[in-house]
Design a protein around this ligand. Structure first.
Ligand code: FAD
Ligand code: FES
Length: 259
């Protein structure tokens, strides 16, 4: 097989798909939260690379779970096994293992559940997934988390699955019911969700890391097209720009600039 060759590309539900590539060498380097920059095989004109979190890298294969939102992801969803995409990566700074004695808690929204999935393999102990979604149509990978030993709690905006409301609404209950437990939180999802999560974690003396994804171009730190604000206590403004593709996408909670 050729590196980047699609082994399978299947619809999970609705607009969500899972593609598995032949990608020798990825598994040894991939960590939870890292991404792969994919140039999607395309008949005719070549389109730009698109970044996707590594859902799982094991053996010679690399899996990505993606939602069809535009031209690139629509094209990807039409590719059949045997098509070859150019894979750049693994890229970016991933999530660290939780400190000794801390329970890992992934707080994920939408495709963020794919970005935090490898924590079920690398965190070294079972934890929890708190999953937020607009409705049941965006609830993905819960069975896979459960099979991996993670407890899953869900919140949907419309209440069609799990608790009605935002995923951050699940946090007070978790810490209240386990007062003697220490948690390390891992966030990945839409920006407003991450900002609400960062605020709550700080106000409640919790610790963790957040993946601040941003639309990307080069993916290697050269174009500055992906900058996000991070705390810079020594500067006049209190913040500076960091390239999400190179210095992130995962940042420690203390560095996350909350707007
Ligand atoms: C580090 C990282 C990891 C990612 N992991 C995943 C993943 O695991 N699964 C997944 O489905 N998607 C993931 N994304 C988002 C994914 O890269 C975009 O959905 C994809 O590039 C859209 O390409 P497109 O050509 O289909 O859409 P386009 O035609 O380029 O855009 C369609 C719409 O999507 C919006 N969009 C494009 N990129 C982003 C982005 N990064 N964040 C928010 N909105 C965006 C555009 O503004 C536009 O409204 C990730 C993004 C980053 C930066
Ligand atoms: S995408 Fe070019 S610097 Fe990050």
């Amino acid at each position: 097989m050729t590196p980047g060759e699609i082994i399978e590309n299947t619809n999970l539900k609705g607009d969500y798909y899972k593609v598995r590539f032949y990608a020798p060498g990825f598994a040894a380097k991939a960590r939870p939260g890292m991404f792969v920059h994919v140039r999607i095989d395309h008949r005719g004109d070549q389109i730009l690379r698109r970044p996707f979190s590594i859902q799982l890298a094991e053996g010679d294969s690399l899996s990505v779970v993606y939602k069809v939102v535009g031209k690139g992801t629509a094209e990807l969803s039409r590719l059949k096994p045997g098509a070859v995409c150019d894979l750049m990566g693994p890229r970016g700074r991933g999530f660290s293992a939780p400190p000794e004695g801390y329970t890992p808690v992934a707080v994920s929204g939408g495709y963020g559940a794919a970005a935090t999935f490898m924590l079920t393999r690398n965190a070294g102990r079972p934890g929890l997934l708190l999953l937020g979604a607009r409705s049941g149509a965006d609830v993905i990978l819960t069975e896979e988390y459960e099979k991996a030993g993670f407890e899953v709690r869900i919140a949907t905006n419309d209440g069609s699955v799990g608790r009605k409301g935002f995923v951050t609404g699940l946090l007070p209950e978790l810490v209240a019911e386990r007062p003697d437990e220490k948690f390390f939180f891992y966030g990945c999802g839409p920006h407003p969700m991450l900002m609400a999560l960062a605020r709550w974690l700080r106000e409640n003396g919790q610790t963790g890391q957040l993946s601040i994804d941003h639309i990307m171009c080069c993916g290697v730190g050269a174009c500055f097209g992906c900058v996000v604000k991070v705390n810079d206590p020594g500067s006049e403004t209190g913040w500076k720009y960091a390239r999400s593709c190179a210095e992130g996408p995962v940042f420690d909670l203390k560095d996350v600039y909350v707007e």
